[in-house]
Design a protein around this ligand. Structure first.
Ligand code: UD1
Length: 422
């Protein structure tokens, strides 16, 4: 398995281009299953999760052509060969469950393996299933698969989520576009990726209102057409690279960055003493004074502080002045980066969903292990601030969600190298 070697100490300066959002692309791709006409996505990120979704869609019979070195995905589902999403593909990525709503809505049946993904808690799919049942689906869980049928087609209705779920909102939103009648989704997720999906579905002819709020209304239509859609910028990649100059000093402009995608995060950076300035091309980030100040962070669904930036924020706070508290409210097992940061000299106490970080002046390089996608990149950020060399092992998680980390950080002066396993 590849590892990443980070040599700390360099101040960063320059520009980092932000790619299209992985999490938006992973829900936009299955939207192709809703129409017999082509759907083309531009500004797609080049990531192994996107390759996994490509494999899954192709296994169902969709055509997926990758152009411009992966930046453009031309998809067509004029024919669906099978409605079975196999375990061998689905286990690699939890977002695979997003083919369930579209397949059911289009043809009234689907068999989808229960998903795997990052080991950050139990991560069930009950909310997806209960919501589709409310729309008339009959579900049966057998041999690790969801067997779903809607013999007369899905029908609209009221779906009230007991808990905010990004994926379940996406699945229901896609399914509702082709359901009979109107669907009202209450306690819907409000993430920018949901708005991006709704924008794309509207281009395909769907009738949707209220996306970006907690109540989304969808009027079902008989068919959807093709479309071309540009994937929204990746707010998690953006936040990650905004933290790089906050950790090291210097100044970095994140090209394509937008404050509205990441306001709660910017507010916490500001409180820590990190300045974020809007430029013509994106966001410029630098530390206001020498050392950042400790802050408290609580993760929450959008527009709150994203759980997907909690690990990276912890890396920054390890060397902040004073004590910081991080409350993780979305996933129950999302502090696996803490023991690795402790190996680098950080002082962190974890108790349940709360981590207290007592800032130290310096971290020291060490061999560490990447446990999940966001944890991997938090260890790279910590390595940028540390004295000496940090070797991040098991980086395959990283390639699921960050394209060309070494090149992007290298271009602003960081010493980050990939050591390929031969
Ligand atoms: C998406 C993101 C992921 C992010 C997460 C929360 C994608 C591909 N992934 O994941 O990066 O960390 O949102 O912002 O977009 N839950 C249930 N039952 C369900 C579904 C979810 O109990 O059926 C729980 C989860 O365990 C979790 C919470 O609801 O505690 C939120 O999860 P959800 O928003 O569904 O996350 P994902 O869509 O899987």
């Amino acid at each position: 398995m590849d590892s990443i070697v980070v040599t700390g100490g360099a101040e960063l300066s320059g520009q980092i281009p932000i790619a299209g959002a992985k999490n938006a692309c992973l829900t936009l791709m299955p939207a192709t299953l809703l129409s017999e006409e082509p759907l083309t996505l531009t500004n797609a990120p080049r990531l192994s999760d996107i390759a996994t979704m490509t494999t899954l869609l192709r296994s169902l019979g969709a055509e997926v052509t990758t152009m411009q070195e992966g930046r453009v995905l031309a998809m067509s589902s004029h024919r669906i060969d099978t409605h079975v999403a196999e375990y061998d593909i689905v286990r690699k990525m939890r977002a695979s469950i997003l083919v369930l709503g579209p397949l059911l809505a289009r043809d009234g049946h689907a068999v989808v393996s229960l998903p795997g993904g990052c080991a950050i808690g139990a991560r069930p799919v009950d909310l997806h299933l209960t919501a589709l049942e409310a729309m008339g689906a009959e579900l049966d869980l057998r041999d690790g698969y969801v067997h779903a049928r809607a013999p007369g087609g899905l029908r609209g209705g009221r779906v009230t989520f007991p808990k905010v779920s990004v994926g379940a909102t996406e699945n229901v939103l896609m399914a509702a576009t082709l359901a009979r009648g109107a669907t009202v989704i209450e306690n819907a997720a409000r993430e920018p990726e949901i708005v991006d999906l709704a924008d794309c579905l509207r281009r395909m002819g769907a009738e949707i209102e209220g996306d970006g709020t907690d109540t989304i209304e969808v009027q079902g239509v008989a068919r959807l057409s093709g479309a071309t859609h540009a994937v929204v910028a990746d707010r998690i990649e953006l936040g990650t690279y905004m933290l790089a100059p906050a950790v090291t000093g210097g100044s970095v402009e994140c090209l394509g960055g937008r404050i509205d995608l990441i306001e709660a995060f910017c507010e916490r950076l500001d409180a820590a003493g990190v300045s974020v300035e809007e430029t013509e091309r994106g966001l410029r980030v630098s530390r206001r004074n020498g050392r950042v100040a400790g802050v408290d962070v609580t993760t929450a669904p959008f527009p709150g502080f994203p759980t997907d930036l909690q690990a990276q924020m912890m890396a920054l706070l390890c060397t902040a002045e004073g004590t910081s508290t991080l409350h993780e409210t979305i996933f129950e097992n999302r502090f696996m980066h803490a023991p690795e940061l402790i190996r680098m000299g950080a002082r962190i106490e974890v108790s349940g969903g709360t981590a207290r970080v007592h800032g130290v002046e310096r971290l020291k390089g060490a061999p560490v292990m990447a446990t999940d996608l966001r944890a991997s990149v938090s260890l790279i950020l910590a390595g940028l601030a540390a004295e000496g060399e940090t070797v991040v092992n098991r980086v395959y998680h990283l390639d699921r969600g960050y394209e060309q980390v070494e090149q992007k950080l290298g271009a602003v002066g960081a010493k980050v190298e990939r050591v390929r396993e031969t």
